[in-house]
Design a protein around this ligand. Structure first.
Ligand code: 5GP
Length: 193
């Protein structure tokens, strides 16, 4: 998506440790019109799919997913919660995710009320790096017996390999911008096309 690439080029900053900061429009201040056009792009890509629910992970995925849902017939958006501890009372699906930005593992939960067998799920997130967050969301869908119909990502850092591994496993991953390389010294960012 050319508009997203241009915003990343003009407003993104490359930090050490392979971190791209796009706080001006995605991760702190939210450009809702951009989110709307991102939702339209995913709706076009996944047009043949029957989506009954969007699943994301808190926090940055929530705003994007809620705006995008309007392009999928206003299906419910569920966000997996990052929990302090695992509660084993059986009313929730639980997995653990290693956080790229926090560099630690944490439990992630979703209530059994909101993810069911029979759901056809579109996963949405802001960033795809090594794929750990998405693997966690896929685990939750598997536990619920729900079908993952596709994955919509705003920014994939292609050089970290998570997206290609998911594609190799058969998932339909639609990343609107794929960063091929980024240099914290010069700030140069290149994209895969
Ligand atoms: P993964 O689990 O694929 O390794 O990393 C994806 C998750 O980590 C996303 O949910 C996102 O919040 C965060 N993340 C990974 N890389 C970046 C990055 O370069 N910038 C920002 N802002 N978040 C990132």
């Amino acid at each position: 998506m050319q508009e997203l690439e241009e915003r990343i080029q003009s407003e993104g900053t490359v930090k050490a440790g392979d971190v791209l900061k796009v706080d001006a429009f995605l991760n702190h201040q939210c450009d809702v019109r951009l989110f709307d056009r991102m939702g339209a792009a995913w709706a076009k890509h996944f047009a043949g799919k029957h989506i009954t629910k969007i699943l994301t992970i808190e926090a940055s995925g929530i705003g994007i997913a809620c705006v995008a849902a309007q392009h999928f017939g206003n299906v419910p958006v569920v966000f997996a919660k990052k929990a302090q501890s695992i509660n084993l009372d059986g009313d929730q699906y639980t997995t653990t995710v290693y956080s790229f930005t926090k560099q630690k593992e944490f439990p992630v939960i979703v209530s059994k009320k909101y993810l069911n067998a029979g759901d056809h799920v579109l996963l949405i997130d802001d960033f795809l790096a090594n794929g750990k967050a998405l693997r966690g969301l896929i685990d939750l869908c598997k536990a619920a017996g729900a079908t993952v119909e596709g994955i919509g990502i705003a920014v994939e850092k292609g050089f970290q390999g998570g997206g290609d591994a998911l594609r190799a496993d058969g998932y339909d991953v639609d990343s609107l911008a794929i960063v091929e390389s980024m240099d914290p010294g010069t700030g140069e960012i290149t994209f895969r096309h």
